[in-house]
Design a protein around this ligand. Structure first.
Ligand code: ADP
Ligand code: MG
Length: 350
């Protein structure tokens, strides 16, 4: 299948003496999928979107949309819609005329453009606000209008640059549902920039992790969490366990012990990574010896983490972070046993 978006060795340097903002980025996005570009501030996320949209020229490499080289295609001819963190609406136009703007610019009559606009206002649940002035809307409503306005131009590709990050948590959940509705009814290819891993996991099929202008890993949400390609990805996904050791013969060996690992892991020095929420912890019973896949330790710290508690288990000099199920508590000093589910452990060589 031809990629809806293909980036080939994209680099971008803004000034001759500056560190490159992007360095050899390759990315393939299949039609109708949603990929989240996740990375810290300044990692190059917006630059990637701006280059795809044609708002910025790459210093090297190529952008292909449905297999077509975009080098000489003007931004307005790329059939790409972009939504930014701020709605950037026309303040002097009503809600409906903001949404009707693309059709008006394309030469449709006012009546026809407004008729089309209503359909998209309906989709973002703002049809009752059609004749309102923009300044009477809340921030969340303004962002919905911005989404409707972009959709009304019928883009094949939707680029979203942290569009929900200025909204409070409840509104953000509504916007995630709206994005799911839009995907179900219009099937655009979506690239969503975010620095929020929970948002990425909630809305995207795949995550592209960037740091320092480089694409570290592009994979399914599950694999990004459970099979990170390197420490940086594990850390950006909130992973807390990095146990240095050596991998050989399908297992990782460290002071924690021998941990069987499923995947074809790189042999040699590497860190065992295991998601803190995947570790199963139980109180140790003195009358029972350890099973083959069990490890023993002592609780050295307890933290509250929303409705759950997180603990640190000391094993020799190593700290293992684990999240307890809701309602479960273990005191500092408690001897515990724990298992590391094989589907959640991996080894990273760097
Ligand atoms: P992100 O969206 O991940 O926060 P950006 O893509 O905006 O990151 O920026 C990546 C890097 O490129 C940053 O170091 C930023 O300062 C730099 N940069 C972005 N746009 C420009 C510009 N127009 N001129 C100079 N430097 C820029
Ligand atoms: Mg940005």
């Amino acid at each position: 299948m031809t990629s809806a978006i293909a980036l080939s060795s994209i680099s971008k340097t803004f000034a001759a003496d500056a560190v490159p903002a992007l360095n050899g980025v390759n990315l393939d996005v299949l039609p109708g999928t949603c990929t989240a570009i996740l990375g810290p501030s300044g990692s190059g996320k917006s630059t990637i979107l701006r280059i795809i949209a044609g708002l910025e020229d790459p210093s090297g490499g190529g952008v292909f949309v449905n297999g077509v080289d975009m080098t000489s295609v003007l931004p307005e001819n790329r059939r790409i819609g972009m939504v930014f963190q701020r709605p950037l609406l026309f303040p002097h136009l009503s809600v409906i005329d903001n949404v009707a703007f693309a059709d008006r610019a394309a030469g449709l009559s006012k009546a026809e453009a407004r008729r089309n606009a209503l359909r998209f206002l309906d989709m973002v649940q703002l049809e009752e606000f059609a004749s309102r002035p923009i300044r009477s809307l809340s921030g969340g409503q303004e962002q919905r209008v911005a989404v409707a306005r972009v959709l009304a131009a019928r883009p094949a590709i939707l680029l979203l640059d942290e569009p929900f990050s200025a909204l409070d948590a409840a509104l953000r959940d509504d916007m995630h549902q709206l994005l799911a509705d839009i995907r179900a009814s219009l099937s655009p290819t979506v690239l969503l920039v975010t620095h929020d891993r929970d948002e990425a996991a909630a809305v995207a099929d795949r995550i592209a992790v960037v740091e320092g202008g480089q694409l570290l890993q592009h994979d399914t949400v599950d694999r990004i969490y459970h099979r990170p390609s390197c420490r940086a990805v594990a850390r950006l996904m909130g992973g807390r366990n990095f146990v240095d050791g050596v991998a050989h013969d399908g297992a990782h060996h460290s002071a924690v012990g021998r941990v069987t690992v499923d995947e074809n892991i790189p042999e040699g020095p590497g860190a065992l990574v295991v998601r803190q929420e995947a570790i199963a912890v139980a109180t140790a019973s003195p009358s029972r010896s350890l099973a083959a896949d069990e490890f023993a330790g002592v609780v050295s710290a307890v933290q509250r983490n929303g409705a759950r508690r997180s603990i640190v288990i000391g094993v020799d000099e190593i700290d293992i972070h684990a999240e307890l199920p809701p309602g479960v508590n273990l005191p500092v000093g408690a001897p515990v046993v724990f298992t590391l589910p094989r589907e959640s452990v991996s080894v990273v060589a760097r």
